[in-house]
Design a protein around this ligand. Structure first.
Ligand SMILES: N[C@@H](CCC(=O)N[C@@H](CS)C(=O)NCC(=O)O)C(=O)O
Length: 222
């Protein structure tokens, strides 16, 4: 096996989660090296990654002589290796899925840094602020519209990179117990995604780890 995914600590690496999910869902075989990105060992460990990957971040997929150092590039590659199974065959639908994935990849509304992936595993989670509820509502609305348009069960009908790209967002939001009454399709889709074997496998491991405390979680009261 010459294909190695350098992933990250299960309860702290949402980007690695996406890449790992796409490879698993596409049925691509790979070896995995979990890079411990918790402090203080994070810095030395990422320095080792920087020796062969420009950003010095995870995930990185090394496949033979190719170094693929961005989660979105890895997700696209996973789909390609499997004959494009994780993107719609129709070019217009494919472009639409890519725009959803790009929206997520570009940071959504800034919600994710405030409700960190790490915080989804805290035993005591704070309530979402009004601003976070407003940002989350926009995302729920978009998911509801996508599911209404495609007919489900996934955002684009069949499972696609869009569902997988949003998986860590679903984990974050679900952990903060939003009121989903207005968005029944989105609520069912979130439950469906969290129940997938691949998602559960990552999350089950993540829950065995000590929570990674970040300093600014409690103070984001604006
Ligand atoms: N855009 C990158 C982001 C990767 C990223 O930020 N990874 C985090 C861990 S989840 C990391 O390694 N951060 C270390 C750093 O940026 O120095 C991707 O999608 O792969």
């Amino acid at each position: 096996m010459t294909r190695v995914l350098y992933s990250g600590t299960r309860n702290a690496s949402s980007w690695a989660f996406r890449a790992w999910l796409a490879l698993k869902e596409a049925g691509v075989s790979f070896d995995e090296e979990v890079v411990d990105i918790r402090r203080p060992q994070r810095f030395a460990n990422l320095d080792r990654i920087r020796a062969f990957s420009p950003p010095g971040a995870v995930p990185v997929l090394v496949d033979g002589d190719a170094v693929i150092f961005d989660s979105l590039a890895i997700m696209e590659y996973a789909s390609e290796l499997a004959g494009g199974v994780l993107l719609p065959g129709d070019p217009r639908k494919r472009a639409h899925v890519r725009s959803l994935v790009s929206w997520q990849h570009a940071g959504l509304s800034g919600l994710c840094p405030r409700l960190s992936f790490e915080s989804a595993f805290y035993p005591d989670r704070r309530a979402m602020t009004d601003g976070e509820v407003a940002d989350a509502s926009r995302i729920f609305e978009v998911w509801e519209q996508e599911l209404a348009r495609s007919g489900g069960p996934w955002l684009a009908g069949a499972l696609s990179l869009a569902d997988l790209a949003f998986a860590p967002t679903v984990v974050r939001l679900h952990a903060h117990a939003p009121d989903l009454a207005q968005w029944p399709r989105a609520a069912a889709w979130m439950t469906r995604l969290l129940a997938r074997d691949t998602v559960r496998a990552w999350m089950d491991e993540a829950r065995t780890l000590a929570p990674v405390q970040l300093d600014d979680y409690g103070s984001r009261g604006q």
